[in-house]
Design a protein around this ligand. Structure first.
Ligand SMILES: *Cc1c(COP(=O)(O)O)cnc(C)c1O
Length: 421
């Protein structure tokens, strides 16, 4: 959508619903899905990681078969995310349940509601899944999440190859498999779990296509080697993601023009039968699919100067858009409009909370703002409300509005209330 049209729409929505307000453009979500599928080999699966944004309208658009792109599966990591999948009208059968700390209680709930595919991170995790599924009398599948030992030559940001709560260390797989296989052989062992493949998630948010290609190549080679050496069945291979979109600053989704052909070539080498679904290949993304769709609208409540430094105080703090601040990283947010030629000044953009940590941007360039001005933080569709300190200081959650073709589809707000138990 052209910016001028956005500005008019945003001003109208802010007037109607108040701020802080998230606006999610569902057309952008559909476009992102089509863009990502067109960058991946034909016929692969793509899982949407609900962690990025569990809003049911977004989950539904991604899960539906649409023009130019099939429906995504859903990658979930809690029973709350499973509830969001079901609220979106999607099936639990399309879920991949992941996470290093799955409890028997949540596994039972997930299985009861129809989830059948789990990524597992340890022998304890596989055994727990097995006993819960056996008690329910159903068979489930698991992908062993692998923390690969070797790094791709081109990769700098990685979440693998180092000590981690995620996955099985690849060098320990022989022992792990022996343990799980012994389980299968003796009567007290694995009864209800089939190990059908592997899951890798080595990196996140990569703008460098060569880097991404290098990591996927590395993962494919590692998966092929592990499968061969350890006779590990490989019907399904999830090689993760890393697709990038700006976060809280202007800009478009990263394009990966070479990715499809590079991946197809690498797959042909490592898995000659992949085109016939042996193994089936899957990818995952959260931010790429949802990030570009969202704009956070906030109102300036005050502008003050303290010892020569300017502070722009808004009604949206880290309780509203605080994912990265919560993780101890400061978000280099940018604010629109600051069109070319418009005057800018240095100031800190802060929220309303009673903590000096409530900073969205420290000494950043901002347009000249005054109380009552509306500001827009772009690319806020992923890791927004649910990655924020929503409960902190008892402020209401932001309203979230979804729009399609410029018209409102839904408006809602998460509520938290105390209930006796
Ligand atoms: C967080 C996560 C994702 C999504 O990451 P993005 O950077 O948002 O694409 C996908 N898969 C797993 C296993 C994750 O933990």
């Amino acid at each position: 959508m052209p910016r001028a049209r956005d500005e008019v729409l945003h001003a109208r929505l802010a007037a109607e619903y108040g701020t802080p307000l998230y606006v999610y453009d569902l057309d952008d979500v559909a476009e992102a899905k089509a863009d990502l599928f067109s960058s991946l080999p034909e016929g692969v699966d793509l899982y949407y990681a609900l962690k990025a944004n569990p809003h049911p309208d977004i989950v539904r658009i991604l899960g539906e078969d649409g023009p130019g792109a099939p429906g995504c599966g859903t990658e979930i990591s809690s029973t709350g995310e499973l509830a969001a999948v079901l609220a979106a009208g999607l099936s639990a059968a399309g879920c991949l349940y992941t996470g290093p700390g799955k409890t028997a209680r949540e596994l039972d709930e997930a299985i009861r509601l129809g989830v059948r595919l789990f990524s597992t991170d340890s022998v304890t995790d596989v055994r727990r899944l097995d006993s819960v599924a056996a008690r329910r009398g159903v068979r489930v599948e698991t992908l062993l999440r692998v923390n690969a030992a070797s790094a791709s030559a081109t990769t700098s940001i990685r979440m693998t190859g180092t000590p981690s709560q995620f996955g099985f260390d690849s060098e320990d797989l022989p022992g792990t498999l022996a343990e799980l296989r012994a389980d299968a052989a003796d009567s007290g062992g694995l009864r209800a779990v089939d190990i059908t493949g592997m899951h890798f998630f080595p990196l996140s948010n990569t703008t460098d296509e060569d880097n991404l290609v290098g990591e996927f190549r590395n993962t494919l080679a590692e998966a092929a080697e592990l499968s061969r050496v350890h006779e590990l069945p490989l019907r399904y291979l999830d090689i993760g993601g890393g697709f990038s979109v700006p976060y809280g600053v202007p800009g478009g989704r990263t394009r990966y023009p070479k990715l499809r052909t590079e991946l197809e070539a690498a797959l042909d080498v490592e898995f000659p039968h992949w085109r016939d679904g042996s193994p089936r290949i899957a990818f995952e993304s959260g931010r790429y699919l949802a990030g570009g769709s969202g704009t956070l609208l906030a109102t300036v409540t005050n502008v003050k100067v303290s010892r020569g430094r300017k502070f722009v105080i808004t009604d949206a703090g880290i309780n509203t858009f605080g994912g990265m601040s919560g993780l101890g990283r400061l978000l280099p947010v940018a604010v629109e409009p600051a069109g070319p030629g418009e005057p800018v000044e240095r100031a800190s953009l802060v929220g309303p909370l009673c903590t000096p940590g409530d900073v969205l941007g420290r000494e950043i360039e901002l347009p000249e703002l005054a109380p009552g001005d509306l500001l827009a933080i772009p690319n806020a569709g992923a890791y927004g409300p649910t990655a924020s300190l929503l409960m902190f200081l008892g402020r209401p959650a932001p309203t979230e509005v979804t729009v399609r073709d410029g018209a409102v589809v839904s408006a809602s707000r998460l509520v938290h209330s105390r209930s006796p138990r």
